[in-house]
Design a protein around this ligand. Structure first.
Ligand code: PLP
Length: 417
C-alpha cells in the first residue's frame, strides 16, 4: 500500500476512504461481504499480468505453468466442496456465468422461464435491457400473493404452456429456500435444461447451512463474492455431460483471457469455505438474518413471506409509512448501508419501492451475534422513523450514527493498518 500511496495518492485516498467507510458503518447489503486478507493478497498479485486463454494444459499462450496450478486447484476445490462433476472457474462475474449458461443451451429467441424481476429475479433472468431479454424470449414465474412463496403450480402451468428450452431457479431477493426437486420435476416434464442461479446463497450451501442444488440442476451458476466471501467473480458447476458445452460457452464464446489473479483468489476462498469455521459462520449468517427479520418486525416492518431461511430478508415498509428509497436515504444518514427493494406486487416503481432488503453476511463476518442483530434492528427502526431536515429528525439520525459507530468499533472489518 505504501507504494500505491507514493505513486498515486489520489487512488490511495480512495482505498483508504473506502476502508474508513467499511470500518465506520454497518454493512447490510445482502450481496456483499468482507473477503479475507489472503483472498485480497491473491487478488493483488502478479498473476494479474498473465494471459492464459484456454484451459489448464490447453492454453493459447506459453508460460502458463504457474497459473495452470492455480486454476487446477480452484477447479478441484470447487468440485470437492460442492460435489460437482465439473467446474468452470473462469467467469468474470455472475452475469458472465449466466451468459455462458444461455450460450451453452439456447439459440436466439428460445423460450427461457425464470423468476420475475419485480418479484426477486435478476437482470439476467429476462430483463428487456439485458441480453437475456433482448436475445431470448423470457417468460416469468413469480410468487403467490397470499404466501409470497414461489408459486410452483403456476410455474408448472407456464412450463407446460410455453415449453421452455431452459428453466432458471434462483433469485436476488427471495428470502426462502427453493424447492429444487420441484423445479427438477417440472424441467423433466417439459424436457427443459434446469439452471440454478445460486449466486446469492451458494455460500450457505458451501457452509452446509442449507440444501444444495447440485444434485438437481444440470448447471449451477454462482458468484464468488457474496455469502461465499471470495473475490468478485463467477463460477459454473455442472454435470460431466455438459462440461464441454459450458467450457466452450465461457471461452471462446463469451470471454477472452481469464483473470488469473481472481481465479487464484477463488481457489483461496474455496479452501477457506471448506473449513469447519466456515460452517459455523454460515449457520450464524442464517441465525443473524432471522434475528434481524424478527427485530425489524417488532419495529413495524413486515418481513415478506413471514421471515427468512437464508442470509437475507425483505421488509415491507408500507406499515411504517415510508418508501424503500426514503428508508435507504435515512439509514445512509445514520451510517447504515442497505438497499431499497421492490416487494412482490409492489405498487411503487422500482426506484422508489415499498421495501428494503437486508443481509447478514458482512455483520456475521465481523463477528456480530443475534444479540447484536436485535440492537441493529432497533437502530434501523429509529433511523427509518427519523425525518431528515427537521431538528428532531436530524438529532435522532446523529444519535443513531453515534450508536452505530460504537457498535462497529467493537467489530472491525480489517485490522488497523
Ligand atoms: N444472479 C443473481 C441471482 C444475482 O443476484 C446477481 C448479482 O447480484 C448476479 C446473478 C450477477 O452477478 P454479478 O453482479 O457478479 O454479475
Amino acid at each position: 500500500f505504501e507504494v500505491l500511496a507514493r505513486e498515486d495518492p489520489e487512488i490511495a485516498d480512495v482505498v483508504i476512504g473506502e476502508l474508513h467507510r467499511l470500518r465506520s458503518g454497518l454493512q447490510l447489503i445482502a450481496s456483499e461481504n468482507l473477503t479475507s486478507p489472503a483472498v485480497l493478497a491473491a487478488l493483488g498479485s502478479t498473476l494479474s499480468n498473465k494471459y492464459a486463454e484456454g484451459y489448464p494444459g490447453h492454453r493459447y499462450y506459453g508460460g502458463c505453468e504457474q497459473v495452470d496450478v492455480a486454476e487446477e486447484l480452484a477447479v478441484a476445490r470447487a468440485r470437492a466442496l460442492f460435489g460437482a462433476e465439473h467446474a468452470n472457474v473462469q467467469p468474470h462475474s455472475g452475469a458472465s456465468a449466466n451468459l455462458a449458461a444461455y450460450a451453452a443451451f439456447c439459440q436466439p429467441n428460445d423460450v427461457v422461464l425464470a423468476m420475475d424481476l419485480k418479484q426477486g429475479g435478476h437482470l439476467t433472468h429476462g430483463s428487456k435491457v439485458n441480453f437475456s431479454g433482448k436475445w431470448f424470449a423470457p417468460v416469468s414465474y413469480g410468487v403467490r400473493e397470499d404466501t409470497e412463496l414461489i408459486d410452483y403450480d403456476h410455474l408448472r402451468d407456464l412450463a407446460l404452456h410455453h415449453q421452455p428450452r431452459m428453466i432458471i431457479a434462483g433469485a436476488t431477493a427471495y428470502p426462502r429456500l427453493i424447492d429444487f426437486a420441484a423445479f427438477r420435476e417440472i424441467a423433466d416434464e417439459v424436457g427443459a435444461v434446469l439452471v440454478v442461479d445460486a449466486a446469492h446463497f451458494i455460500g450457505l450451501v458451501a457452509g452446509k447451512a442449507i440444501p444444495s442444488p447440485v444434485p438437481y440442476a444440470d448447471v449451477v451458476t454462482l458468484t464468488t463474492h457474496k455469502v461465499l466471501r471470495g473475490p468478485r467473480g463467477g463460477m459454473i458447476l455442472c454435470r460431466e455431460e455438459h462440461a464441454k458445452a459450458i467450457d466452450k460457452a465461457v471461452f471462446p464464446f463469451s470471454q477472452g483471457g481469464p483473470l488469473m489473479h481472481a481465479v487464484a483468489a477463488k481457489a483461496v476462498a474455496l479452501k477457506e469455505a471448506a473449513s469447519t469455521e466456515f460452517q459455523t459462520y454460515a449457520a450464524r449468517v442464517v441465525a443473524n438474518a432471522g434475528a434481524l427479520a424478527t427485530g425489524l418486525e417488532a419495529e413495524g416492518m413486515r418481513p415478506v413471506s413471514g421471515g427468512t431461511d437464508t442470509h437475507l430478508a425483505l421488509l415491507d415498509l408500507r406499515g411504517a409509512g415510508v418508501t424503500g428509497a426514503e428508508a435507504e436515504r435515512r439509514c445512509d444518514l445514520a451510517r447504515i448501508t442497505l438497499n431499497k427493494n421492490a416487494i412482490p406486487f409492489d405498487p411503487q416503481p422500482p426506484m422508489t419501492a415499498s421495501g428494503i432488503r437486508i443481509g447478514s453476511p458482512c455483520v456475521t463476518t465481523v463477528g456480530m451475534t443475534e444479540a447484536d442483530m436485535g440492537e441493529i434492528a432497533k437502530l434501523i427502526g429509529r433511523a427509518v422513523r427519523a425525518e431528515p431536515g427537521t431538528g428532531a429528525g436530524d438529532a435522532e439520525l446523529a444519535e443513531v450514527a453515534d450508536a452505530v459507530g460504537r457498535l462497529v468499533a467493537a467489530h472491525q472489518a480489517y485490522p488497523e493498518g
